[in-house]
Design a protein around this ligand. Structure first.
Ligand SMILES: NC(=O)c1ccc[n+]([C@@H]2O[C@H](COP(=O)([O-])OP(=O)(O)OC[C@H]3O[C@@H](n4cnc5c(N)ncnc54)[C@H](O)[C@@H]3O)[C@@H](O)[C@H]2O)c1
Length: 447
């Protein structure tokens, strides 16, 4: 039985558990290749919106590299908030799992355990004709060794075993900002529990991904995401440390030029990392390593410094005796509506604790959404004249459109700290307004 052919001929379907950034993009990419699917999300409002053909994810059209409008309306994708529908659907031969695996900056396995409990319990539904093994593809990010340490037990508890399934760990690497780094174009690493599983899942992944890179087992592919991102975490943190070590010098420019070397990337100094992936990656490696292992000192230091870099810069800002600060940007990166572990949140809380008046503005978040994330005042626009200091955290397209005119109109602003270097082109204008512009990592940025 060739799973990929069954899917392509619409004789079978995929199920996707979790319809967020990762799960929804899986559904859309497979639908774009003519594969039928059911998306399950435990959040009924997500399902309700998708059923009405509305995307709950901001700006999705800007990073999906094919037209999406018709796909939601087509009968290729169905959505449900009743998981029994998936378990009872005999046409489903492959389960993609894209639920969260982190909470409050820590690995969190409850959702994925819950999903595997449901799938493994209902093993017999899929085996009715005893002709095929359902496949499970974990897209969520895992701490190395999670399957063997924690997930296998769920199968055993339900009198099943991993070997009753074609099991695969295939971490995602999407960027969700531009159309050139997608599920189609990015190399897709995967590892399975058997050679037969590897063959079937290679072909399932190949329906969408041009380059599929097999690992010898799921144990290896579990490491990949944590390793690659911990390298980035370390590099970004080193850039931040260099900026602190040479505060009078133009470390930003030096790093840009160092990045021209053939085997070097460019990392710019700033307020630290955010989002699901980078800040957690080193923790994931540390968490998965042998407990007695004391050698991962670089990653321990990376986690430690990345957590305090924000406060170190904030303490420096306090020396200027600010009375009212505006933080521009709540997302952890531009044009992506994700505030998980965003440095802006820590920064806001830090100033608040110091009893400084501080506002945060991000046009991507509505009033009710902001309220759930941060106990702060909602602004539907901003006026720089109302503040003496402004921190330009990220470079949303919406900011790019308005910032010049806002600067032209500003009156009392004394200091701008620019985490993006985007405001460099307005330096003369800013100086004319008797305001200093400090760009992270540039000469005298900690002045
Ligand atoms: N967003 C990224 O840039 C990115 C990149 C690579 C990997 N990842 C990883 O992918 C996973 C999912 O991330 P995301 O960005 O899609 O998250 P998300 O928050 O956008 O979406 C997760 C969805 O899962 C749903 N959910 C929660 N528990 C569930 C359950 N038990 N059953 C079904 N649905 C459930 C939530 O309601 C939500 O809609 C995480 O492990 C994350 O680390 C994310």
């Amino acid at each position: 039985m060739n799973y990929s052919n069954l899917l392509k001929k619409k004789k079978a379907k995929i199920a996707v558990w979790g319809c967020g950034f990762i799960g929804l993009s899986t559904l859309l990419h497979y639908a774009n290749k003519g594969v039928k699917s059911v998306g399950y999300d435990k959040n009924s409002s997500v399902v309700k919106a998708l059923k009405k053909n509305k995307f709950h994810i901001h700006n999705i059209e800007s990073w999906i590299n094919f037209p999406t409008k018709g796909l939601l309306k087509s009968n290729l994708i169905n959505f449900t908030d009743n998981y029994e529908e998936i378990l009872n659907d005999r046409d489903i031969i492959c389960h993609f799992i894209a639920v969260p695996t982190e909470k409050n900056g820590r690995p969190f396995l409850e959702p994925i355990k819950w999903v595997l409990d449901k799938i493994s319990k209902s093993k017999n539904n899929f085996f009715e004709k005893k002709k095929f093994k359902p496949s499970i593809i974990i897209e969520s990010t895992l701490v190395p060794k999670t399957t063997d340490k924690y997930l296998k037990k769920i199968f055993y508890k339900n009198k099943s075993s991993l070997d009753d399934f074609f099991y695969c760990v295939a971490p995602r690497r999407d960027w969700f900002e531009t159309k050139d780094k997608t599920l189609t174009s990015l190399n897709r690493v995967f590892g399975c529990n058997s050679e037969k599983a590897k063959k079937q899942i290679f072909n399932i992944l190949k329906i969408v991904s041009k380059n599929v890179c097999p690992a010898s087992s799921y144990k290896v592919s579990e490491f990949v995401k944590a390793f690659e991102n911990s390298y980035r975490h370390l590099d970004i943190t080193l850039a931040n440390q260099l900026a602190f070590a040479f505060p009078k010098d133009n470390v930003r420019e030096a790093l840009k030029l160092a990045g021209t070397k053939w085997n070097m990337n460019t990392y710019y100094p700033g307020f630290g990392t955010g989002g699901y992936c980078i800040p957690l990656s080193s923790q994931y490696v540390l968490e998965g390593a042998e407990k007695k292992s004391k050698v991962l000192t670089l990653l321990k230091e990376t986690v430690k410094f990345d957590k305090i870099v924000n406060k170190k810069i904030a303490k420096n800002i306090l020396l200027k005796n600010p009375k009212k600060i505006l933080i521009l940007g709540l997302s952890y990166k531009s044009d992506v509506k994700v505030s998980i572990l965003s440095p802006s949140i820590d920064l806001y809380n830090f100033f608040k604790k110091k009893k400084i008046r501080v506002d945060i503005f991000d046009p991507l978040f509505k009033k009710n959404e902001l309220k759930k994330i941060l106990n702060c005042r909602y602004l539907n626009d901003f006026n720089l004249s109302n503040y003496d200091s402004m921190i330009f955290m990220i470079n949303h397209r919406a900011f790019q459109k308005t910032i010049e005119s806002k600067i032209k109109k500003m009156k009392n602003l004394k200091t701008i700290i620019d985490n993006t270097a985007h405001l460099k082109k307005f330096e003369k204008l800013i100086q004319k307004k008797n305001c200093e512009l400090l760009i992270t990592g540039k000469s005298n940025w900690l002045n």
